[in-house]
Design a protein. Structure first.
Length: 256
């Protein structure tokens, strides 16, 4: 019997699926000439779904990773951080994120996980912003997913509004210290974790593909398109975007 799982094609008569420490292990049991044996074992870690990966240790060679790129807007500033260098974002330095070939990074995606380290220092907090285009937002007709990461707290908004705002925004604690954030966006829910611990979750009827449109939309780090622009002020580092929604166990394991 021919079994196909993702990118793997294996001749088997049976298979067993199991999960070990956050990685999917496909264990294929094949039978040939009356003998039973293990035909193939493959591990699929969270890194297999990585579609963007940015640190700022060598920015002079370009901010690229996992076939994505972050284009500098304004005058870049990099400072020492716990893991090498961090980007010091502000109204004079923010980033546009795309695939390395220039195409929208999130085109066709329905579920993603966003991870990063931050140390805010004021501003409007818009550390992550994804929308269908670069137009200015209109109140109660907003269309975006955004993370406002301030010293006083974190707010996550997931909007595709048509005259009113739903009560589905998330909140989480923050401070002026370094912290790690994971945002898990599923088709029908959004969940935020701080330092590996779930802080809030909300249901949503707004699908990612509908918010970003069939074009795939835009991603901005450090700026949201309200008025002439609202900006995150502070440090950011170790940014990762994955093409699937992580489980709570995977979030905890990766943080630890």
């Amino acid at each position: 019997m021919l079994e196909k799982r993702g990118m793997n094609v294996v001749l088997c008569s049976n298979y067993v699926n199991t999960k070990v420490f956050g990685s999917l292990v496909l264990l294929f049991i094949c039978f040939s000439s009356g003998l039973t044996g293990f035909a193939e074992t493959q591990n699929f870690s969270v890194e297999d779904s990585l579609i963007a990966s940015f640190d700022f240790d060598e920015p002079e060679s370009g901010i690229v990773g996992a076939e994505a790129k972050a284009e500098v807007q304004g005058t870049p500033v990099y400072v020492d951080a716990p893991h090498g260098k961090a980007a010091q974002l502000s109204e004079t330095f923010w980033l546009k994120v795309k695939k390395e070939n220039g195409e929208p990074l999130l085109k066709g995606q329905e579920e993603i996980t966003i991870s990063y380290n931050s140390k805010p220092d004021g501003g409007n907090g818009w550390v992550f912003y994804a929308s269908n285009d670069e137009k200015t937002q209109t109140y109660q007709r907003e269309r975006y997913i955004g993370i406002a990461d301030k010293t006083s707290g974190i707010t996550v908004e997931r909007f595709n509004n048509a005259g009113s705002r739903p009560g589905n925004s998330l909140s989480a604690p923050s401070s002026t210290s370094w912290k790690h954030i994971d945002l898990v966006i599923k088709e029908n829910s959004t969940t935020i974790f701080v330092d590996g611990v779930q802080k809030d979750t909300k249901d949503s009827t707004y699908k990612l593909s509908e918010i970003l449109s069939e074009t795939g939309g835009i991603i901005q780090l450090g700026k949201a398109n309200w008025g002439s622009g609202e900006y995150y002020k502070g440090l950011i580092d170790d940014i990762r975007i994955y093409s699937r929604a992580f489980t709570n166990e995977e979030i905890e394991e990766n943080y630890n």
